[in-house]
Design a protein around this ligand. Structure first.
Ligand code: HDE
Length: 710
């Protein structure tokens, strides 16, 4: 007979380290409304079958030191469920963070579409948005150099619309056929199982060197776009051309853009590297904290609209996903805003189980013939079937439409619905309330007439001639960047290719760069220590100098604001509380979040004897997690901390990452130990306005003095 531990054990040890069923609760009522008599607040623990559990600490044994009995259905159910807790992670975009919110239309597109989500101004459509990195596994860090996914599920009154985009407006490849190859090349190498979450390895660059169509996106991937400061400071793009279709059946092409209210901003490379150690969850935490604080992330939705005829005159083929439509060619029109205002209740149920499918489009939104998009229309539903285990994943609450839905699809694993009646087919005459297709409301595909271009020989595995120019837009992107951003791209290429062990791969990539920009190729070749610039491969099309597009830069588009930014104030025993309070109030007034850092998390005993609690301990809260830093220290504490690496690094990194620093006399020993030669971005804490002005940007002028960029 199974027995609970003896009361001797229970009284000798605390229940938490040797819990005992001698404290077991008593119950009344049936399983549906079980109440504990003791305490009264907690519902009674039950099995999945609703059987009340008396002891959640000890498995069933014939004697205290005997084996566990198979009869223990409670243990078996608990362990079995646990054994099956994981589902396959996404093949790409496994690491992600999501949030709920709404989309509000501010400008109707009634002329060009019937989709109500894009025609009814002022209506708030619920959304769930998931941001992700691409290459890393679900448990990888938030801040590697990587493209970010930007996927939005709109729960519209006409069914779900999934706009599954990225933070870069072009893609690596032109045809879905190459996607498995691209992903296999970028993910960890199959024999060694590394590197995790990064493209700086041989197989990725081998693929690049053999697939010149990747070059345009490679320029973006090597730019600061892949080092976002925050998910809230990223742009998003639908990438492909989609169609909008109006009531007359006319089609207009559309490109979708998300533009962050806080402006676009990135980190610098050294900072991104150190963030991987400082906080694995840097972006997830930032999104969570901003929503918890009521400082809701917001984006504008903008569109580029163009007709088939206009597209004919573009100096590129808009159906080629390695090409973008410059804003200077087709301006952006802002049509609405998205606000994320609610963190999911449960990560797994929502962020993990959300299943985006580019095929989810309401009537009035349609696809283009972009061959990459066409492949995606197949892939996502297919992947969800294996990831979520069967055809009923649309019934999972995060995936279910919020409008009514009815059809004759039946049964299958995990069916949650209980359809009534005898009719599960159509047409039928037996049941008047069965669903029927509607010509008036139903989705109608745009009646495209195949233009037949390039198809003269009939069916075939054909790539259009108009997709042949792989370098002109890569050049346009690179040359549109500011000199510093160009240096960042060159340095990123040197960094990544330096991690490539195979010399011919390095050289082949540099050969392609000659087509992008010969000076870039020279810089990268020099950075790699190549004796000479390798010869460029032959290009299918002559490279053209397209008009530049300054809108593609980031640095000079950073918004001069402290809203959404976080300032760290370092204090220690003896710090002047008045200085801290004045700064804190001024910074919070202009929208910054302020966090106190101290050698001990319990806080610092200020000069007036009060205790100032800290948000973080110095060693665990490096300056990488802040946008600008302040230190308010006595000279004595400054001296003492100047002998501690964490404190010295706090300043060295803040300076190296081009951040504003407010540091008074007491911090001089630390500044010296960090080798900082004060510049315009280093001010006295008493100069509050000066600090605010400096903290609203990065000290770009500092960068060339600090590191040898390629
Ligand atoms: Fe994806 N992609 N993709 N992709 N993608 C997936 O779907 C795929 C592409 C993007 O937060 C997978 O549910 C193919 C472009 C995002 O859940 C998979 C091709 C763009 C997410 C898949 C592409 C994206 C995915 C993996 C080429 C930007 C994460 C698990 C034909 C416009 C969505 C899953 C989330 C996820 C396939 C290309 C964006 C395997 C075959 C281009 C943001 O189905």
């Amino acid at each position: 007979m199974a027995r609970a531990p003896t009361s001797r054990n229970a009284t000798k040890r605390s229940p938490s380290n040797h819990p005992s069923s001698t404290q077991s609760d008593t119950y009344r009522g049936n399983a549906g409304e079980l109440q504990q008599q003791a305490g009264g607040k907690h519902p009674v623990l039950t099995t999945q079958q609703g059987i009340p559990v008396a002891d959640n600490q000890n498995s069933l044994r014939p004697s205290p030191r005997g084996p566990t009995l198979l009869e223990d259905f409670i243990l078996r159910e608990k362990i079995t469920h646990f054994d099956h807790e994981r589902i396959p992670e996404r093949i790409v975009h496994a690491r992600g963070s999501g949030a709920h919110g709404f989309f509000e239309l501010t400008h109707s597109l009634r002329d060009v579409t019937t989709a109500r989500v894009l025609t009814e101004v002022g209506v708030q459509t619920p959304v769930f948005t998931r941001f992700s990195t691409v290459a890393g596994g679900a448990g990888s860090v938030d801040t590697p150099r990587d493209v970010r996914g930007f996927a939005v599920k709109f729960y519209t009154p006409e069914g779900n619309w999934d706009l599954v985009g990225n933070n870069i407006p072009v893609f690596f490849i032109q045809d879905a056929m190459k996607f498995p190859d691209l992903v296999h090349a970028v993910k960890m190498e199959p024999d060694r199982g590394f590197p995790q979450a990064g493209s700086a390895h041989d197989t990725f660059w081998d693929f690049v060197s053999l697939m010149p169509e990747t070059l345009h996106m490679v320029m973006w991937a090597m730019s600061d776009r892949t080092l976002p400061r925050s998910l809230r400071m990223m742009e998003g793009f639908g990438v492909h051309s989609f169609r909008l279709v109006n009531a007359d059946g006319d089609s207009t092409f559309v490109k979708f853009h998300w533009r962050p209210k806080l402006g676009i901003q990135s980190t610098v490379w050294d900072e991104a590297l150190k963030l991987q150690a400082a906080d694995n969850d840097f972006h997830r935490r930032d999104l969570f904290e901003s929503i918890e604080a009521g400082d809701f992330p917001e984006w504008e939705l903008a569109v580029q609209l163009f007709t088939e005829e206009e597209a004919e005159n573009f100096p590129f083929d808009h159906l080629d996903p390695t090409k973008l439509v410059p804003e200077e060619l087709v301006p952006l029109q802002v049509i609405g805003r998205m606000v994320l205002n609610r963190w999911p209740d449960n990560f797994f149920a929502e962020t993990e189980q959300v299943a985006f499918c580019p095929t989810n489009v309401p009537p009035g939104i349609d696809f283009s013939n972009d061959p990459l998009l066409q492949g995606r229309l197949f892939s996502y539903l297919d992947t969800q079937l294996s990831r979520l285990g069967g055809p009923n994943f649309a019934q999972i609450p995060i995936n279910a439409p919020k409008c009514p839905f009815h059809n004759m699809q039946r049964d299958g694993q995990m069916q949650m619905q209980v359809p009534k009646g005898r009719v599960s087919y159509e047409p039928s005459s037996l049941q008047p309330d069965t669903p029927r297709a509607s010509q008036a409301q139903g989705f109608r595909h745009f009646a495209q007439v195949d233009d037949g271009k390039g198809q003269g020989k009939g069916k075939g595995r054909i790539r259009p001639e108009s997709f042949a120019d792989h370098y002109s837009q890569a050049r346009m992107f690179f040359r549109s960047q500011s000199p510093l951003e160009q240096s960042h791209i060159a340095s990123a290429l040197v960094f990544e290719l330096s991690k490539v062990g195979t010399p011919h791969v390095r050289e082949a990539v540099v050969g392609h760069l000659v087509h992008v920009d010969p000076a870039l190729a020279e810089r990268v070749a020099a950075g790699l220590g190549l004796p000479q610039v390798p010869a460029a491969p032959s290009a299918a099309e002559p490279v053209r100098d397209l008009p530049l597009s300054p809108q593609l830069r980031i640095i000079d588009r950073m918004k001069p604001t402290l809203q959404g930014r976080c300032i760290g104030i370092l204090v220690a025993d003896g710090s002047n509380g008045d200085t801290v309070t004045t700064l804190r109030k001024a910074l919070e007034k202009v929208g910054a979040t302020v966090k106190i850092v101290s050698p001990r998390v319990g806080g610092a005993k200020l000069r007036d004897g009060t205790l100032l609690a800290a948000h973080g301990q110095l060693a665990g809260t490096p300056s990488t997690v802040f946008d600008a830093v302040v230190s308010v220290l006595t000279s004595e504490m400054g001296e003492q901390l100047s002998r501690e690496a964490a404190a010295v690094d706090w300043f060295r990194d803040a300076f190296g990452h081009l951040k504003a620093i407010a540091a008074g006399k007491g911090s001089q020993a630390l500044l010296s130990a960090a080798g900082i030669e004060p510049d315009a971005g280093v001010v006295d804490p008493a100069n509050v306005q000066g600090f605010i002005a400096a903290a609203q940007t990065r000290q770009w002028a500092r960068e060339p003095k600090l590191r040898n960029l390629a």
